[in-house]
Design a protein around this ligand. Sequence first.
Ligand code: NAD
Length: 328
Amino acid sequence: MIKLGIFGVGHLGKFHLNNWKEIEGVELVGFYDPDDVNAAKVAEQYQLRRYADPAELMQLIDAADIVAPTNHHFTLCELAVRSGKHVFVEKPMADTMAEATSLMKLVKESGVKLQVGHVERFNPAFIALKDYHLHPMFIEVHRLAQFNPRGTEVSVILDLMIHDIDIILHLVKSDVKHISASGVAVMTETPDIANVRMEFNNGCVANLTSSRISMKKMRKMRVFQKDAYIGIDFLAKKTEIIKLKGEGDDNLFSFDIETPQGVRTLAIDNPAVEDNNAIRSELTAFRDAIVNNTRTVVSEREGYEAMHIAHQILEKIENSFAVAKSSL
Ligand SMILES: NC(=O)c1ccc[n+]([C@@H]2O[C@H](COP(=O)([O-])OP(=O)(O)OC[C@H]3O[C@@H](n4cnc5c(N)ncnc54)[C@H](O)[C@@H]3O)[C@@H](O)[C@H]2O)c1
């Protein structure tokens, strides 16, 4: 039985609590949250012990789940790792690149498992593609959300776009060559809407748009590769592949298109999407990595890489503001 403590039981922390209660092989020991009013409600509702000192709880557990605001991630992760505890930490892994670098070093030295909460990796629409050979040459992503003050302590890049950055880095097996970015702060002090172009050494280009001031929600990724178009709808949990018909595609709906090179046959594939709970899946995967002593699905290295790109994007946006101001 893995003894687990949860640090931060706000909006997302409560989802984690609900899921941990259903995950076999894990015993919830208690939680730490400095907000007295919220903590009293959680202790009552979940019949779970509240610890007033995070260090005390840390000594009683095997693994820590850190769902506190991002500016507290590093302190809590450091406490956990230095105490030899495995860590699940919400995205972004840390507040600054210096913290992320130190955390990677600490994890490497201690040998504990660390998983970062890039939950879209567990979205069933994405999981449905696990056996499909993806080699993207162009990616278009829209992640649009309605305004919600929660999460606005960081920019839309670290709040929303980082999910897509992580997925793209996972899909494109090449280094990033160039980034261009523009963003606008409308409702908060940091960019609320941004458009980014990432160019990779292998020629792939990704175009990302993220907004947290939209009227309608959207979480769509369109992947184009030499032989196929793949549409992933993270919100509706739907996946569609339109590809050149090949061997083994006889059972798929297909149609012909006249081209100057002759008739090409396209086939439409809608891979089965299992209706899973992505949070349950990511937490279960963390448990499994501890039990089986395997790599976590989103490691500290991957959490760091996503942050590294996100921070380069922010720097580009800040520089473009500075240039715009100096030319006024
Ligand atoms: N993976 C995702 O899709 C996703 C979605 C939402 C939030 N998040 C991340 O989860 C984290 C929490 O977000 P939220 O929406 O639940 O925020 P929230 O504000 O609703 O909850 C945060 C909770 O942490 C508590 N807290 C504050 N300081 C703390 C500390 N030092 N130690 C422990 N607890 C502390 C607060 O009292 C509060 O109860 C953030 O890092 C955010 O980026 C991830």
